[in-house]
Design a binder for this molecule. Structure first.
Ligand code: UD1
Length: 373
């Protein structure tokens, strides 16, 4: 009998981590019978459907359609829905990825039903328990049976927490499998041209963390820096739905231009874009001069694409991107962000190294381990 594996996706950063695994498992159909469950944490077309198309992913076999809510509401709704699925399907393993609410909710349900849990992208730590992601990843790791780590440092973190070394598998970064699969197509599309911009003449911005956008004065402190930076290098900003809501409720529309408006030197040039699919976003990133972000995955993608990165956060759970990439951690103060922009635009001989096992073969390594469950 093939191993029955439930692969879980819920929110935007999960799709690129599960797509290559589903593909590998489908190839080995005598060994695996994979099922794809979408919790519905993200549900807008731009936050979900587009990614299935871009990543050539099969439609979810089951969608729990939980939607948005407070952390408790969302986590509880996923747990109730997922428990019903597990009772019916009784899989051999549940695979969860990353650090979103769906990750923890599904891992917890599986563990209590004595079903093995595999955590992809295990062992990352920001040591900042104010971030919901840090809580999600620590708790998920503490109950997982297979901990698949993206870097050697992530394995060290787990061992320091007392996790048995037999459970830890250093497999590399699965996001890079997806990046390699899609890079050629993204290059071919010449995305900046759609916005009337030439390669390397703009920067890209993503911003959605509660710590940056949920507090009006912090958000303004960040936007003031971005406005200043955009006078020299225009900014293209695909806006996350959460951030869009905050811009409206905090009445911050004055900071932004719309696509079709012209770039004017010595003026604010932050261009408001809808959220982009994976291929279009990578197309924008790989042609940019630098990226400003509070995302986790973009720090990793920029390391491989050799794009300088400014991380608008107090810390990172991905220190390897500081060591191997060109990632500066800026915090959210206007003057600190501007100093980092100044530094990054003046330098021109950046050095990048490829971290071990960020080679496009991570899904193969994971599947090799799961063959023996
Ligand atoms: C979630 C993850 C975060 C990840 C991010 C990527 C958690 C705790 N956070 O944050 O780690 O970096 O996804 O995008 O799991 N909304 C929509 N349409 C959607 C989804 C959300 O409009 O398809 C709006 C809703 O108003 C919702 C808000 O965005 O309340 C926030 O969504 P939520 O999933 O709670 O958290 P994210 O900020 O997206």
């Amino acid at each position: 009998m093939p191993h029955k594996i439930i692969n879980v996706v819920g929110a935007r950063p999960n799709y690129m981590k599960i797509a290559p695994l589903m593909e590998e498992m489908k190839k080995a159909s005598s060994v695996f019978s994979p099922i794809l469950v979408h919790t519905g944490q993200h549900y807008d077309k731009e936050m979900s459907h587009v990614f299935f198309k871009d990543l050539n992913m099969p439609k979810p076999d089951i969608n729990l359609n939980v939607g948005s809510g407070s952390h408790a509401e969302q986590t509880a709704a996923i747990m109730i829905g997922f428990e019903n699925i597990l009772k019916g399907e009784r899989p051999d393993v549940v695979v969860v990825a990353g650090d979103v609410n769906s990750t923890l909710a599904c891992a917890l349900v599986a563990k209590k039903l004595h079903i093995k849990v595999a955590h992809v992208e295990s062992g990352l730590r920001s040591y900042d328990m104010h971030m919901p992601e840090e809580i999600n990843r620590r708790l998920t790791d503490s109950i997982s049976d297979y901990l698949f780590t993206p870097s050697l440092g992530a394995g060290d973190n787990l061992r320091h927490e007392g996790i048995e070394k037999e459970k830890i598998f250093f497999v590399g970064n699965i996001m890079i499998d997806t990046l390699f699969n899609c890079r050629k197509l993204a290059k071919k599309k010449d995305i900046p041209k759609n916005y009337g911009l030439a390669k390397k003449q703009y920067s890209v911005l993503t911003l959605h963390r509660p710590e940056n956008v949920d507090n009006r004065s912090t958000f303004i402190s960040v936007l003031d820096a971005l406005a200043e930076s955009s006078k020299k290098v225009p900014i293209l900003f695909p806006v996350h739905p959460r951030t869009k809501q905050r811009i409206k409720s905090f009445k911050l529309e004055k900071y932004f231009k719309h696509i079709g408006d012209t770039v004017k030197s010595n003026e604010k040039n932050i261009f408001f874009l809808p959220p982009l699919g994976y291929i279009d976003f990578i197309g924008l990133l790989l042609n940019s001069r630098f990226v400003l972000t509070d995302s986790g995955g973009i720090q990793e993608e920029s390391t491989i694409l050799q794009i300088p990165c400014l991380t608008i956060r107090r810390n990172t759970e991905r220190p390897i991107t500081v060591k191997c990439g060109h990632n500066l951690i800026t915090g959210s103060k206007t003057e600190d962000i501007l100093k980092a922009v100044d530094k990054i635009t003046r330098e021109n001989n950046y050095r990048f190294k490829t971290p071990k096992y960020w080679d496009g073969k991570t899904a193969k390594r994971i599947v090799k381990v799961l063959k023996d469950v």
